[in-house]
Design a protein around this ligand. Sequence first.
Ligand code: ARG
Length: 396
Amino acid sequence: MRLKKIVLAYSGGLDTSVILKWLIEKYQCPVIAFCADLGQKENWDEIKEKGIKCGAEKIIIRDLREEFVKDYVYFAIKAGAIYENWYMLGTALARPLIAKEQVKIARDEEADALAHGATGKGNDQVRFELTYTALAPDLKIIAPWREWEFKGRTDLIEYAKKQGIPVPVTLEKPYSIDANLFHISYEGGILEDLWQEPPEDMFIMTVSPEKAPDKPEYIEIEFEKGEPVSINGEKLNPVELLSKLNEIGGKHGIGRVDMVENRFVGLKSRGIYETPGGTILHIAHRALEQITLDREVMRIKDTLMPKVSELIYYGFWYSPEFQSLKNFIEKTQEKVSGIIRLKLYKGNVFVAGRKSPYSLYKKELASFDEKEGYNPKDAEGFIRLQGLRLKIYNIS
Ligand code: ARG
C-alpha cells in the first residue's frame, strides 16, 4: 500500500525514534514527528535534533498544557473520576488530546496515515486508535509494535545501533515511565514483581511521607463551578495552579499510589503513580461538593463515576455515551463554588474548612434548636410510612 505522508506521535524516546526510522524505511514516504508538550519535563531542542536525525521530514512540537489541564484534568476532577478507586487516570486523560491534535496536524499537512508507539499489550493503543477512528475514520492507522518483527527492547537497541539512532549511554531505567503535568506513572520491568516495593529513587514528583516536613501546611483553594481558580487567594491559570499544587503536594509526600489494575485488553498490571496536585484537588473538590450538591444529584453522580472513569480508561472520550455523561457532570457543577481549607501533613490531606455562597448546609436547621422548616414531629410519620412495607413483609 502506498502512503502519501504519515504523522507519528513522537516522544523522543528510543521506541518512537526507532519507529520513525522504521516507518520511513518500510513505507518509503515522508513522516512528520509530532510531540505533544503536556508538561513533561523534556529538552525539546534535543528531541527536535534527534527527530531530524532519524529522518523526520518535520518536527512539530505543540504546547497543549493549558488545554490538557483545563479540558481534561479539570473535567476528571469535576467528575471525581478515579479508575478502580485508586488511579487518577493521568495517562488515559492525555491520550485523546494527543490523538486529536495529531489528527489536526494530519489534516493540515495532508497526511493519510497516523502512527503511534504504544505496544500491543496495553491500553494506550486502544485509546489512540479509538480517538483516530472517531475523529478521522478515513486515515490509515499504523501500530508498528503490532506489525514489525522486533520482539522486545534488545531487538530495538540492535536496530537503533545499526541505523545510527542515538541509544542513551546512561543505563535505561528498569521500568517504563509516562509523565505529564498531572502525573507520572511507572510500570513494567522490576515493578512486575508484586512483592517488590518500588525503589525510593524512582519517584520524581514527591518525597516520601517520611521525609516530608514535620510541620503541617495549610492552604486554601477556591473553586468556581467545580474548577479550581486560586490558591491562597492568588488567581492562577490552570497550568500555574496545577504546577503549584504539584510542588506543594510533592513536598508533603502526597499522592503516591501502588496498585494492580485491570487493563482493557484483559490483563492485570501493576502501576505506580504520583499525582500530588491531583490528589489535593480531588479531596478539596469533594469537600466542596459535600456542601453544595443536592443529595439526589450527588447519588446519581456517584453511581456514574465508575462508568465515567471506565470510559476514560478504555479510551472512549470521543463517544456519544461519554459526551452525554459529560454534559450531565458539567450541569451538576453549576454551584460547586467556594473555598476549601486544607491541612497537608506527611502524605495526608485533611479538610480544615469549607465555605460557599451556595452552601446547602444550614447550621440553624441541622442544630438541635428548633427552628422553622424542620419539625421533629414530622419525623414520626416519615418513619412510620418508611417502615410500613417492612411491617407488612414481616407479618405475612
Ligand atoms: N497503566 C496506566 C494506564 O493505562 C499507565 C500506562 C502508561 N504508563 C507507562 N509507564 N508507560 O493509563
